[in-house]
Design a protein around this ligand. Structure first.
Ligand SMILES: NC(=O)c1ccc[n+]([C@@H]2O[C@H](COP(=O)([O-])OP(=O)(O)OC[C@H]3O[C@@H](n4cnc5c(N)ncnc54)[C@H](O)[C@@H]3O)[C@@H](O)[C@H]2O)c1
Length: 427
């Protein structure tokens, strides 16, 4: 890959924007997004996801555009558009379809190049999607031949946003290409930005499957720990102590039970179960885990109301505070947030429910919350934002005497609770 040739990143969200920035450190890079407002904001130095600081958005080698002609002549295009599921939990490939058609139109406008253009997909999808769904769309739109006039690649994104340790630079990047040539070129480009190195998967389907199984594994393991926690709770056994004891065995893998939201872990398993269906296989284990994790928020809401009532209060006369509304800690991402679902469920059964999240504009501000005298019958710590960890003692003080404190994110150390009179439950 020549260093003067341009790379275009299509879809500047949580995945695409940091990728475009990293690539721009090595190659002239254009970030394309179909949302002109997103582009205007980025040009003005504002990332609405609050992941990238303003000054980093004005790199020499990086420009932003919502004009699809910027794809013309690109040596490599990387597609990072969303891949959600439909209401009936089937892959929603509409954005991949639109992005692929756009790449095809660009190739049609500029068919002659010095090197064969490579289209790399980073969007999470099922094995076969890149070569059997996206590639043919590009071929049809461009009139060019897949595998000859243009080549495909796949490199799954596995960065953990909101986690300073597992970044694009510090984790191994899996790459794959349709041919050895494509695989080599893609490895060369990603090798420059993934300082921990690249792993060349033996094929595109292998790389697609690797991504999806990573998230299926996480979903299933959390489901197992969630179910175990609910069983032990009914038995009056502290599940955290059980996991701690079991964790002393050399091959016991410990997971933190909790609400599974967002756009990856609760979504990606359906891509695999859909692909399984296409080969006449009815996935059972994967879907069982999914169902349990979806049900978990109802079980937690029941537990909260049961605990409130065990203190002699009526849930319908109680005030509740839910801390954290994002789908996970330390990100401004509210997509498919189960903390929000919990808030809504409790609204239906409690007298009043407040919520506070440092990433959300609500009527409660940090100062208002911790500096006022307001106390709640029950406080639920739903998301383990750093700010809540450092304010753990103050959070305990928000609970009325003999009230309820529920920790869904493993935030409260025993010594913080020990001198209080709260009824504490930890998932
Ligand atoms: N966010 C994560 O933590 C994460 C991690 C690993 C993998 N992924 C996967 O990466 C992909 C992108 O996820 P994300 O979180 O960055 O999404 P996102 O919603 O943050 O951003 C996607 C961007 O793509 C743009 N877009 C949509 N359709 C487009 C089109 N046709 N052409 C150009 N731009 C278009 C949107 O305007 C948006 O700015 C998904 O497949 C997701 O599953 C996400």
């Amino acid at each position: 890959m020549s260093e003067s040739k341009q790379i275009v990143v299509v879809g500047l969200g949580y995945v695409g924007l940091p990728l475009a920035l990293a690539l721009a450190g090595e190659f002239p890079t254009v970030g394309f997004d179909s949302d002109p407002v997103r582009i205007e904001q980025l040009v003005d130095g504002f990332d609405r996801n609050l992941e990238i600081e303003s000054q980093l958005l004005s790199k020499n080698n990086l420009s932003f555009s919502s004009d699809e002609s910027v794809l013309d002549g690109a040596e490599m295009v990387v597609v990072t558009v969303p891949t959600p599921v439909t209401d009936d939990k089937r892959p929603d490939l509409s954005m991949l379809e639109r992005a692929s058609a756009m790449v095809g139109r660009s190739l049609e406008r500029n068919p002659v190049r010095n090197s064969v253009p490579i289209i790399v997909y980073e969007s999470t999808t099922y094995p076969g999607c890149t070569e059997e769904f996206c590639g043919p769309i590009i071929a049809q739109e461009s009139g060019l031949q897949l595998g000859i006039d243009f080549l495909l690649g796949y490199s799954p994104e596995r960065t953990n946003f909101g986690d300073a340790e597992h970044t694009l630079e510090s984790i191994t990047k899996v790459v794959s290409g349709q041919t050895d040539y494509a695989s080599e070129k893609i490895a060369e480009v990603y090798g420059k930005i993934a300082k921990a190195g690249v792993h060349r998967a033996s094929g595109i389907k292998v790389a697609e499957a690797a991504k999806v199984i990573e998230n299926v594994q996480r979903d299933l393991n959390i489901a197992l720990f969630n179910e175990a926690a609910m069983i032990f709770d009914r038995m009056g056994i502290n599940s955290a102590s059980v996991f701690e004891a079991a964790g002393t065995k050399w091959n016991f893998q410990r997971y933190q039970p909790g609400l599974v939201g967002g756009h990856c872990i609760p979504v990606d398993p359906y891509y695999l179960t859909y692909a399984a269906e296409q080969v006449s296989y009815d996935a059972k284990v994967i879907l069982a885990g999914r169902r349990f994790n979806e049900e978990m928020v109802n079980l937690v809401a029941d537990k909260v109301t049961t605990m409130i009532e065990s203190t002699g209060r009526l849930a319908s006369e109680s005030s509740v505070l839910v801390l954290g509304q994002t789908f996970k800690a330390n990100v401004a991402d509210f997509r498919n947030s189960k903390a929000k679902t919990l808030y809504s469920i409790l609204l239906g059964s409690c007298r009043s429910v407040d919520s506070y999240d440092p990433y959300e504009d609500t009527s409660l501000s940090n100062d208002h919350l911790f500096e006022s005298d307001v106390k709640y019958d029950a406080v639920i710590l739903a998301v383990g934002h750093g700010q809540f960890i450092t304010s753990a003692r103050k959070i305990v003080d928000l609970v009325e005497s003999n009230g309820v404190l529920v920790d869904l994110a493993d935030v409260f150390a025993p010594e913080i609770i020990s001198n209080s009179d709260v009824n504490f439950w930890k998932l």
